[in-house]
Design a protein around this ligand. Structure first.
Ligand SMILES: Cc1ncc(COP(=O)(O)O)c(C=O)c1O
Length: 415
């Protein structure tokens, strides 16, 4: 069957929430993926910041097939070596980037709950906060994206996502992502404060250290749990293991009570984690207060442990920092007409366009064999596999130049 035939068959068989798929893929290798018609694409989105190790990494293929030969699932009535090893590796990730004292504290107190997605990690974090300090409201930031299930949706800013499902979503106050926005909140009755250290869906917007510090201050003042959603930014994506690591304000480390992870955590297998970073958070949810059938099963756990080990071996967070900086510098030096500025960290970058042509530009680039996306009308998001090499990433530059010129020409004709 051809691409068109598969897409038509998709529409006859799948629910339409994702709209019409752009194509039907068959396989991938490294940062490249091929569709049914044999067309090759350079994937600069990595399945929305998921495929950190690229497609079909031989070590991940081996890990999955070896684990499938033992077993893939046992239920959470039991544990497995894979699950315990994966949790220990996740704790190591959460402690990385700090001085030895902070590392030792996190290592001794942190506890991991494996779930199956980013939204579930945030659901668990919300329940953790409600268990620690019941009855209050949540604070989230304007522009925030925390997921699509009802609890996480209540923390997600975009009205068209959230409002059709109200009032079943919880009481959340959305504040500006600024010090004054956070400090202007009435401190009475707060249960949870959620933020992404770098807002991905809002358009790749890093938060300043003083904003993170204000959130930490509000949490300390009110007893609310401070939750950093690192679903998109974590696992090396921003040039360090977690985007908030190493950020201090007036010499004081800013450490959240809870970290949520998913996306790159399993290099493509569906897995999320809600990590309680200290004893208070870790003891909030008593036995029986939360659960998941699949969470942390031996298959995904084996992959999580191997993914983290490979990222360590390949020094991928540092690689992401190096390649990301050099790539964005090369894009800036190319002085491409139509690109106003760039922002972001590591291999999570936004190109800010002069005009609101990002969706058309993403389509034109796709036609040219490059996968990117447009989280806002004037922003192109780049989030390639972390294994990408600079030379490969730089092939975007001439294509970008041509695609912008073509889109502007087409728009001109339509005017
Ligand atoms: C910051 C952030 N949190 C949560 C989610 C939800 O993750 P999932 O789609 O795995 O439920 C996403 C997904 O894009 C995200 O970017």
């Amino acid at each position: 069957m051809t691409n068109i035939e598969w897409v038509n068959a998709y529409q006859e068989n799948l629910l339409g929430v994702f709209g019409q798929p752009q194509t039907c893929f068959t396989h991938g290798k490294g940062a490249r993926v091929w569709d049914v018609d044999g067309k090759e694409y350079l994937d600069l989105l990595a399945g929305i910041a998921v495929n950190a190790l690229g497609y079909a990494h031989p070590e991940i293929v081996k890990t999955i097939s070896e684990q499938a030969g033992r077993f893939t699932h046992v239920s959470n009535f039991f544990t497995t070596p894979q699950q315990v090893e994966a949790a220990a590796a996740v704790k190591k990730v959460c402690a990385a980037g700090w001085g030895s004292e902070v590392q030792a504290e996190i290592t001794s107190q942190a506890r991991v709950l494996f779930v199956n997605s980013g939204t579930e990690a945030n659901e668990a974090a919300l329940k953790m906060a409600l268990a620690a300090q019941p009855g209050g409201r949540a604070i989230a930031l304007k522009g925030a994206f925390h997921g699509r299930t009802l609890g996480s949706l209540s923390l997600t800013y975009k009205a068209p996502y959230r409002e059709p499902f109200a009032p079943f979503v919880g009481p959340t106050e959305f504040v500006e992502a600024s010090v004054s926005g956070i400090q202007g909140v009435d401190p009475k009755g707060i249960t949870a404060i959620f933020l992404e250290p770098l807002q991905g869906e809002a358009g790749v917007i890093p938060l300043a250290p003083d904003v993170l510090a204000a959130a930490r201050g509000l949490a300390d003042q009110t007893g609310a749990l401070l939750i950093f959603d690192e679903v998109q930014t974590g696992m090396g994506r921003c040039g360090k293991w977690l985007a908030h690591q190493g950020i201090c304000y007036h010499g004081k480390e800013i450490i959240p009570d809870v970290v949520t992870l998913a996306k790159g955590l399993g290099a493509g297998v569906p897995v999320g984690a809600c990590v309680a970073m200290n004893e208070r958070a870790a003891s909030a949810l008593k036995p029986g207060r939360h659960g998941t059938t699949f969470g942390g099963n031996p298959l995904v756990s084996a992959v999580v442990a191997r993914t983290i080990a490979l990222m360590e071996e390949l020094d991928l967070p540092a690689h992401a920092a190096r390649v990301g900086d050099a790539w964005i510098q090369a894009i800036a030096e190319a002085k491409i007409p139509g690109i106003k500025a760039t922002r972001g960290q590591g291999l999570l970058r936004g190109l800010i366009l002069e005009k609101n042509i990002a969706p058309d530009l993403a389509k034109a680039l796709f036609k040219a064999g490059f996968i990117v996306n447009a989280p806002a009308a004037n922003i192109i998001r780049l989030a390639p596999p972390l294994i990408i090499e600079l030379a490969e990433a730089k092939t975007l530059i001439p294509a970008l130049k041509e695609a912008i010129a073509q889109v502007e020409l087409d728009l001109g004709k339509g005017e």
